[in-house]
Ligand binder design. Structure first.
Ligand code: MTE
Ligand code: MO
Length: 532
């Protein structure tokens, strides 16, 4: 028997991992079967130490800012999904090498034995990961059998390749081996291309969920109503981000490569713990309470200075205060533990809920049910906190008599996560020059935000000049960002613009640069332009 080398095994592993990925992808798209690369990635994101995960996210954001500045919010999820697939392919490559190593051992009688064993082990792991990921046929017998079959076929293909290279007289010469590997590569590429193409364009389901194609989407609130600050004196500078973020442009951050899908009919909000008796609310029940509409700017604690992980929407829901009297709270009740479908959780103090009616169980954005990615059917709003304190996809509230660290707090992020004051230059618009008394002015504009503390003042500094006060546009609410503008008396040459803001209490934003971890980025945003 000839012994094919380990590098050949790695090559075969890589070649065969590609069609396996494509076939799993196809089954995911067509039948909602578990997609192991994502399940594996999501599992790792939960079990790896917080510092490692944060480092990974940070590195990804750095790379994205470098290759595609301005689209970090949009590209973060696709980048994560691509990473998940790459990781899976790497593992597949390594598996090929180790199957070859095991098959090369003198006491191994058949190449197929280690190959099939590896396939079975990987298949079982995939079944567990699918279960762990929850929904869909991942939890069903059919889904499990499919995964076992797919992984055993994968292992067996690698074993077959080894056997062929080791024993087949037709593969005895270097040239014959090369032509065999080329053919294997050809088949692999063909299946991979076909599987991903059919999966991408022909799948009945989106993200493994049957699409509700013919259901007409209800109109959004903003498509039929003027914004509350319509007619405000200060006009935004063209090029400033939209004051109300379009629904499909709202940034998205969560611990899943694919959002959990919740069926409204099965979903209940369960309230348990230190209550008179366990309660359940259907979404209809929550919609039955008087609704609160709030314009809210939400930011991720991982948003860097001038980053795009910050957005503004019109949130609708029921004030959490309203529900408390129904629960029969125990005397020692002091905190609420909110648990989400994806395993995320956070704790909020009852005192805060009682003191602030704005703490809200939210079921709609822009007048329509929450989108799946943004937490359908229910998420919470907690004023002044970064997004990490505000679970989406809530399924239960446990009333407790003590505080506990939430998901990201446990992973080293700040306990309170109060939004930092921040200001950003969005536009230095030389196409919108205004002329007054023979002087040309270049409008400069952007946003400033300080949680629910409001913005009392924004100032712009040009080069080493004095800080000049900008005009503030009336905001959508005290919870949203403020759009500002400053008309700069134009002068030729290169110039650097800086911005700083003061919150509603007159407190200046922190000017010293600090990174996002552990409690949110600080620092001054500067933009340099050269004018003809
Ligand atoms: N269940 C759940 N809720 C979550 C998260 C999550 O991973 N799972 N991420 C939080 C973080 S870090 C942020 S910044 C916000 C983002 O909300 P958005 O994606 O709707 O903008 O959701 C928060 N709520
Ligand atoms: Mo976040």
């Amino acid at each position: 028997m000839r012994r094919p080398t380990i590098p050949t095994g790695l090559l075969v592993g890589a070649l065969v991992a590609a069609p396996l990925t494509a076939v799993l992808f196809l089954a995911w798209r067509i039948a909602g079967a578990p997609f192991t690369p994502f399940d594996l990635f999501d599992w790792l994101a939960r079990v790896l130490p917080g510092a490692v995960v944060t480092f990974g996210i940070d590195a990804m954001v750095t790379v994205l800012r470098w290759v595609a500045p301005g689209s970090v919010a949009e590209l973060a999820k696709p980048a994560e999904q691509a990473l998940a697939v790459v990781l899976f392919l790497i593992l597949g490559t390594l598996a090929g090498g180790s199957i070859f190593a095991a098959a090369n051992r003198p006491d191994t009688e058949s190449s197929q034995r280690p190959a099939v064993v590896t396939g079975l082990v990987a298949g079982f792991a995939a079944v567990l990961l699918g279960w762990n990921a929850g929904a869909g046929i991942g939890a069903s017998l059919l889904g499990s059998l499919w995964l076992l079959g797919a992984f055993v076929a994968w292992g067996s293909t690698i074993g077959g390749a080894h056997e062929r290279l080791a024993t087949d007289p037709e593969a005895s010469s270097e040239a014959a081996r090369r032509s065999f590997l080329l053919r294997l590569g050809g088949y692999a590429a063909g299946i991979a291309a076909l599987g991903s193409a059919v999966g991408a364009f022909g799948g009945r389901t989106r993200d493994g969920i049957t699409a509700t194609a013919d259901v007409e989407e209800p109109p959004t609130w903003s498509s039929a109503n003027p914004l509350p600050n319509e007619g405000a004196d200060v006009e935004p500078v063209a090029g400033t981000r939209p004051e109300l973020t379009p629904l499909d442009e709202h940034y998205r951050i969560d611990i899943n490569t694919v959002s959990p899908a919740v069926d409204e009919a099965d979903w209940r909000l369960t309230v348990h713990g230190l209550v008179a008796s366990t309660m359940e609310y259907a979404l209809e029940d929550l919609r039955g309470y008087p609704a609160l509409d709030q314009f809210i700017t939400l930011s991720c604690i991982s948003n860097r200075i001038a980053g795009d992980l910050i957005s503004t929407q019109r949130w609708t829901g029921v004030s959490l205060q309203r529900l408390l009297p129904e629960w029969g709270l125990g005397d020692s009740a002091s905190h609420l533990l909110l648990r989400s479908v994806d395993g995320f959780y956070e704790v909020v103090a009852l005192d805060l809920v009682r003191a602030d009616e704005r703490v809200m169980l939210t079921y709609a954005w822009d007048g329509v049910p929450l989108q799946r990615e943004h937490g359908f059917p229910l998420r919470i709003y907690i004023p002044d906190r970064y997004g990490m304190k505000q679970p989406k996809w809530i399924e239960s509230i446990e009333v407790m008599d003590h505080w506990e660290a939430g998901y990201w707090v446990e992973r080293g992020w700040d306990e309170d996560a109060i939004m930092k004051a921040t200001s950003v230059i969005d536009a230095v618009n030389t196409d919108a020059v205004v002329e007054r008394d023979g002087q040309r002015f270049v409008p400069i504009g952007g946003i400033a935000h300080a949680g629910v503390r409001g913005i009392s003042r924004v100032e712009v500094q040009v080069d080493d000049g004095a800080w000049q006060e900008a005009d503030l546009r009336e905001p959508l609410s005290e919870k949203t960002w403020v759009l500002w503008r400053y008309d700069w008396p134009y002068a030729a040459g290169p110039h650097t613009f800086a911005v700083r803001c003061f919150d509603g209490n007159g407190e200046q934003q922190v000017l010293e640069p600090s990174s996002v971890r552990p409690d949110g980025a600080t620092g001054v945003h500067r933009v340099t332009r050269t004018f003809a």
